[in-house]
Write a protein that binds this ligand. Structure first.
Ligand code: FES
Ligand SMILES: [Fe+2]
Length: 398
């Protein structure tokens, strides 16, 4: 940048919370005690995204979701009435798990210990040995224990509390308002990637909520796509704060030309590298040279949206330095072979990009644990990291 040029300016259409600008302590990223407080004060008090409704489309379909951070196993199951319900995966007799398979279709669940049978509405249908239980033992009260669940735009969320202080829609607030019209129902899942890196969940999240790293980390998969002389540090075009959530818009270099194959495939359908069209629910600030939106739902769910595709990340803490990460990629349903090619291109390009993203995680965690570095130094490019830590501290104090 020459002496007369101004740095690229990020716009903030919403109020920016007062978060200070000092260095952030390393301790929250390495401390077991801090993690235990997050478990109690954050994960047990937030709506947590666990599935898409289309994962459990038909009556009898079920899916087991293990939530290590709560120590819970949850069954999501669709009843004969078509309603989706969530239950603890616990037999009310002596506590065995009732669903053994990760997913399937069944009329109900038979406990493998003494044979109690539950319907997918949760009712205890058959109580083996019923005549031997003491008088007053009420079979009607021994159904599967419900878990608080709700859906938004096909996303299934659960909550650890029986009566959360806010409904799901209240909790999502302005974040849901911003994205509500994205046509999630016209998209189909094209890939799922999973990993369990040795990293604190916030270190992992932070690697995906700024574009600054693109100048180094993604120089192989997406060279020059997010940075150029007019924006050399890949500053965001805009960032919005919606309560505990946030939405960031990444800048696209207008002179970026994907490799030949990307250009060709991009003619037949949306791809991560090439799609720039108008589309509902994206680019909320109508930014020039907009690429895609990074939408972070507090505490651990991302839904990044672009013109014709979206992808999600879930960062599930297992311990202070182990995280289970999943990525699901969705794109408009293909109407012809070219659309399938476009899906394939998105899937592979994002695979390469996230492999690059993973290249720094474990080394960062290991060095944070060395004790040599007590604070990390944060720029405006990384304002989302500061916001995540700010919100966590608020929740821990509340
Ligand atoms: S623990 Fe399930 S039937 Fe006994
Ligand atoms: Fe990245």
């Amino acid at each position: 940048m020459g002496a007369t040029e101004q740095p690229f300016v990020t716009k903030y259409p919403t109020d920016v919370p007062a978060m200070g600008d000092g260095p952030l302590p390393v301790e929250p990223y390495v401390s077991r005690a801090f993690f235990e407080r997050e478990r109690e004060k954050v994960f047990k008090r937030a709506w947590l995204q666990v599935a898409r409704e289309e994962d459990i489309p038909n009556p009898g379909d079920y899916r087991v979701v293990d939530l290590e951070v709560l120590g819970w196993s949850v069954i999501l199951t669709r009843g004969a009435d078509g309603d989706l319900r969530a239950f603890h995966n616990i037999c009310t007799h002596r506590g065995n798990k009732v669903a053994q398979q990760p997913s399937g279709n069944a009329r109900g669940f038979t406990c493998g210990f003494h044979g109690w049978v539950y319907g997918n509405d949760g009712e205890l249908k058959h109580m083996a040995g019923e005549e031997y239980f003491p008088p007053g033992t009420d079979r009607c009260k021994l159904g599967l224990m419900p878990v608080t669940m709700d859906t938004w735009n096909g996303f299934v969320f659960v909550h650890a509390q029986a009566k959360p202080a806010q409904s799901l829609r209240e909790y999502l607030g302005g974040m849901a308002d911003q994205i509500d019209h994205f046509p999630f129902d016209r998209c189909t899942r094209i890939a799922r990637y999973e990993a369990t890196p040795r990293v604190n969940w916030k270190v992992a999240i932070d690697a995906f909520q700024e574009a600054f790293h693109a100048i180094m980390v993604h120089r192989a998969s997406l060279p020059n796509s997010a940075a150029a002389p007019q924006n050399p540090s890949a500053a965001l075009t805009s960032a919005r704060f919606h309560g505990p959530h946030r939405s960031l818009s990444a800048w696209a270099n207008p002179n970026y030309r994907p490799p030949e194959v990307g250009m060709i495939v991009g003619k037949y359908g949306p791809t991560f590298a090439t799609a720039k069209d108008q589309f509902p629910g994206i680019n909320p600030n109508a930014d020039d040279n907009w690429w895609f939106d990074i939408n972070v739902f507090f505490p651990n769910f991302f839904c990044d949206t672009g013109p014709g595709w979206y992808f999600t990340y879930n960062f599930w803490p297992i311990s202070e330095n182990r995280t289970r990460w999943t990525m699901d990629i969705y794109q408009l349903r293909a109407e012809h072979a070219g659309g399938l090619l476009a899906q394939e291109h998105t899937k592979i390009l994002l695979r390469d990009a996230v492999l690059e993203d993973f290249s720094t995680l474990e080394a960062t965690q290991q060095m944070m644990e060395s004790g040599a570095l007590t604070h990390i130094t944060i720029s405006e490019l990384e304002i989302a990291l500061r916001h995540q830590m700010h919100v966590i501290n608020q929740w821990l104090a509340a």
